[in-house]
Design a protein around this ligand. Structure first.
Ligand SMILES: [Fe+2]
Ligand SMILES: [Fe+2]
Length: 543
């Protein structure tokens, strides 16, 4: 308890007893904001009763910027709750700075009185009494009472309020600690969620979007965005833009040095701009295009190995202005985002290298079979057309692409006499050729990382009705990527010239797909393939 708690009058003792009654309202655990608000409100009612007046307000002093914030309002305009007063302005602002009591017998004639802030319709302020609420040597709040019921506030009232304020201080300090603790716990929980997400194996885009959402909520901003660096052009582009303007913003690119984000990228320095209208670095065109009004910005570089790889920004603090603490928080989070981006780009690079290796492998195999040049690439293309038409998820689409690339990899184990035969295969030769899906699956089955593409390779010659090979799978039992590759593969085989026959036209090949729809092919995917051709108006490879 504060050293100020010395002599206690009978009135104060009585007040203290009632204070303790209010204190009983506090639950043992989890003190929510609503209950704390109710307690402040009860506390103010008690003060108003003790001072026999008509109205009053209770303020807390924002520890970050020193401005008074309404935490309880009685008899006046309750919509002021939560609002901030400008530091040092008005009677309350003065009391918060000087720490001295203030008595005004006629508010309307008092130059310090800011009637527009505290009065509302139907309430006219006459006399005012305001006292600081001190805890130790810090002013943690201000109590203001208005319009004494009988007569006017006098020196005695001032002494009374001042005496009560010593007890209010202890009470309030406790509540502040409670809510600070709650805020701290909330923030820790959010940070924990964020770091869990950043370290997850989700798709990079989903991770950075989720991270931005969490960050915006942590710094209490309206929206936020992540811009990435285009190294070659030395420009920034929007990777994530929360809010309604993402599409428009994605068209915008900022040069290094252009706009606040460009400045941050160039200077490698974080910045808080609390009045964008007054800052000449601010790039107005983005707001003009989107219709969004940027009032203030918190902007930090995302650095990886000393290089700027992006810029993170939070726009428009929901209440008040961005603080140094917000900036500190955003800066520390930007390091985590940088690591997530780095991991993602390593992963992407690895994936790209892998696809390149697979592509050249597929190409090398194809070279053995001189009659089907470009077959693999076209099967990939047709398979992806179907995938896009049926909106296949990214992960399965990746598997489909790899499966299509490698579907004939087993031909590596087929004799040249069969594979390069410039004529139609006889029955024995065809039986040998039919081994290629199993050979391919055997070879690739040894690589654990690509296990999930094996079904596409092993079953690309199965039929939808179960009459294909090697396993005679049918319907939904036949892996989806195999059903897709089968259509792409057959269409290309039909439309390609062979030494012993000319390729069919696109129209005839489509008619064949339709004819075998439901027997050899999954009708659903035949339909998707035809629609994709119609939509893209693609000129078939071999008309
Ligand atoms: Fe094949
Ligand atoms: Fe094939």
């Amino acid at each position: 308890m504060s050293a100020q708690a010395i002599k206690t009058s009978a009135q104060e003792r009585n007040f203290l007893k009632k204070l303790l009654d209010i204190y009983e309202l506090l639950p043992q655990q989890s003190t929510g904001a609503a209950i704390i608000g109710r307690i402040y409100s009860e506390l103010l009612s008690l003060i108003i009763k003790e001072l026999t007046c008509k109205a009053g307000s209770l303020f807390i002093i924002d520890s970050e910027d020193g401005s008074p914030v309404f935490i309880a309002v009685k008899g006046g305009d309750e919509s002021l709750l939560g609002k901030k007063l400008e530091k040092g302005k008005g009677i309350v602002g003065k009391v918060a700075i000087t720490g001295k009591n203030y008595l005004s017998k006629d508010a309307s004639k008092d130059p310090a009185w800011m009637g527009e802030v505290s009065s509302n319709k139907g309430f006219s302020t006459s006399d005012i009494l305001a006292c600081p609420i001190n805890y130790g040597d810090r002013i943690i709040g201000v109590v203001e009472v208005l319009n004494k019921k009988a007569g006017m506030f006098n020196r005695q009232d001032m002494r009374t309020l001042s005496g009560l304020s010593r007890h209010i201080a202890v009470f309030m300090k406790h509540l502040i600690d409670e809510s600070e603790q709650k805020k701290f716990i909330d923030m820790q929980a959010k940070l924990y969620e964020l770091s869990k997400m950043l370290n997850s194996n989700l798709d990079t885009r989903a991770v950075v979007r989720g991270a931005m959402e969490a960050i915006v909520s942590l710094v209490k901003a309206e929206v936020g965005s992540l811009l990435l660096v285009d190294k070659e052009k030395k420009e920034l582009f929007f990777e994530v833009a929360l809010g309604d303007s993402e599409k428009t913003l994605k068209e915008i690119r900022l040069k290094f040095g252009q706009g606040i984000a460009g400045w941050v990228a160039q200077q490698k320095q974080p910045i808080v701009v609390n009045d964008t209208a007054q800052d000449e670095r601010f790039y107005k065109k983005a707001d003009e295009k989107t219709g969004f009004v940027t009032k203030n910005i918190l902007c930090v570089p995302v650095m990886s190995s000393g290089e700027v790889v992006g810029v993170m920004q939070a726009l428009n603090k929901k209440e008040g202005l961005f603080t140094k603490q917000d900036l500190k928080l955003l800066t520390s989070l930007s390091d985590q985002v940088a690591i997530a981006l780095e991991n993602a780009s390593l992963h992407e690079e690895l994936k790209r290298t892998f696809v390149e290796v697979v592509e050249s492998l597929a190409e090398a195999i194809e070279k053995r079979d001189p009659y089907t040049g470009g077959h693999t690439k076209r099967v990939v293309k047709y398979s992806l057309m179907i995938a896009d038409e049926i909106h296949l998820e990214a992960e399965e689409k990746d598997r489909l692409k790899m499966g299509a690339l490698l579907h004939d990899v087993g031909k590596i184990g087929i004799d040249d006499s069969v594979l390069r035969k410039p004529a139609k295969l006889d029955e024995t030769e065809f039986e040998k050729m039919k081994a290629h899906p199993s050979i391919g699956a055997d070879i690739l089955g040894k690589i654990p990382q690509i296990k999930n593409i094996i079904p596409g390779i092993l079953h690309h010659h199965e039929w939808y009705n179960g009459k294909g090979y090697p396993d005679g799978l049918s319907g939904d039992g036949l892996p989806r990527i195999a059903r897709i590759i089968s259509i792409a593969d057959t269409y290309d085989a039909m439309t390609t010239d062979r030494p012993y026959r000319k390729g069919l036209t696109h129209e005839v090949a489509i008619a064949e797909l339709k004819r075998f729809s439901g027997t050899q092919f999954d009708p659903q995917f035949v339909g998707a393939f035809i629609r994709a051709f119609e939509k893209q108006k693609l000129v078939p490879a071999h008309p």
